[in-house]
Design a protein around this ligand. Structure first.
Ligand code: F6P
Length: 366
């Protein structure tokens, strides 16, 4: 195969946003211009920006000035634009079409030689398929959920954990004043990383995660035991994907056009309903929701995002493609996209963090 000479790259952010996306964009644009003299095109709203007209624009130094600490993404994001299964509504029906040939035409027309694709498992799976069709590209992992197996941490996660921790700290003070059971539902999709870390960091009494199905009787037992010993407030941190033993996750809605249609939510209310039948304490639920995805990225996330943005461009410059840059212990590395999206990274139920929490009396409801 002739070696690829890159003159112009495209950058896009796909899937749910998270703090640190702009730091990646800034780092990739600066590296591409300063180190390699490349031009950069920003693609709006994920892959959809390559399927619809008027959704690309040049990214110059000035366009990335002052965005390091800004939450969200200056390019916009979407989880609706899977080119291989493009979904749209016509006459009330959802139609599915393969629009990947259109995407390839668009890349040629824009003279984009390679892509930097910033996304979670859904976006990176699409990137892997495009790579296999011949599109040179490198992926950058992002998600507040921290559920990608091939990187030690994803940027966005640290900020989300800090946001959740701060919120739970506040919920604790009002819960203690009123002697209530305070349930805090956090995000995380099918994994419990946010609940576990924010729960430990905020001194939660009960942490419920999808990886350790809970027993409602056990939760009530723990709360009753606390009441007996004079501790009339209990903080329960529950991951949106947590489920009872033998039961299912709570689904809030189905977004048909999305390439990952299931939206979780509602487990907090379900728990409150069950707990308040058994326990003679008032119970309140707070769903933290998208507050965990928004706002200024933490210093850790800004630095990690910058390192990954630089690395993505360096990998392309070195002739690499079909890879995802990642964090391994203290250094940045890369793995094949195929390996990167193979499996979700779940909380090990008997891992060190869970065990530490158990050692200090935290219950996982089991
Ligand atoms: O993957 C990130 C995430 O925030 C999950 O934690 C959550 O389940 C989901 O996205 C929410 O998606 P949406 O923004 O489409 O409601």
């Amino acid at each position: 195969m002739p070696e690829l000479t890159i003159k112009k790259i495209g950058i896009l952010t796909g899937g749910g946003d998270c703090p640190g996306l702009n730091a990646v964009i800034r780092a990739a644009v600066k590296t591409a211009i300063i180190q390699y003299g490349w031009k950069v095109i920003g693609i709006e709203d994920g892959f959809e920006g390559l399927l619809l007209d008027g959704k690309t624009r040049p990214l110059l130094f000035d366009n990335v000035k002052g965005i390091l600490a800004r939450g969200g993404t200056i390019l916009g994001s979407s989880n609706r634009g899977n080119p291989f299964e493009y979904k749209f509504k016509e006459g009330g029906k959802v139609i599915v079409e393969d629009r990947s040939p259109l995407l390839m035409d668009k890349l040629r027309a824009l003279e984009i030689d390679a892509l930097v694709v910033i996304g979670g498992d859904g976006t990176l799976s699409i990137a892997d398929r495009l790579f296999k069709m011949g599109v040179p590209l490198v992926g950058v992992p992002k998600t507040i959920d921290n559920d990608l197996a091939s990187t030690d941490v994803t940027f966005g996660f640290d900020t989300a954990v800090n946001t959740a921790t701060e919120a739970i700290d506040k919920i604790r003070t009002t819960g203690e004043s009123h002697h209530r059971v305070m349930i805090v539902e956090v995000m995380g999709r099918y994994t419990g990383w946010i609940a576990l870390q924010a729960g430990v960091a905020s001194g939660a009494d009960i942490i419920l995660i999808p990886e350790i199905p809970f027993k409602i009787e056990k939760i009530c037992e723990v709360i009753n035991e606390r009441v007996k010993t004079g501790r009339n407030a209990t903080i329960v941190v529950v991951a949106e994907g947590a489920k009872p033993e033998g039961g299912d996750m709570a689904v809030k809605m189905v977004v048909e056009e999305s390439h990952d249609p299931i939206r979780l939510g509602g487990i907090g209310d379900m728990l409150a309903d069950k707990i308040s039948r058994e326990i003679h304490l008032e119970t309140r639920v707070t769903v933290l929701g998208h507050i965990q995805r928004g706002g200024v990225p933490s210093a850790f996330d800004r630095t990690l995002a910058t390192r990954l943005g630089v690395a993505a461009v360096d990998v392309l410059a070195a002739g690499g493609s079909g890879r995802m840059v990642c964090l391994r212990a203290t250094h940045i590395d890369s793995v094949t996209l195929e390996d990167a999206v193979k499996q979700l990274k779940k909380v090990p139920p008997d891992g060190e963090v869970v065990k530490s929490a158990q050692s200090i009396g935290v219950s996982f409801g089991k």
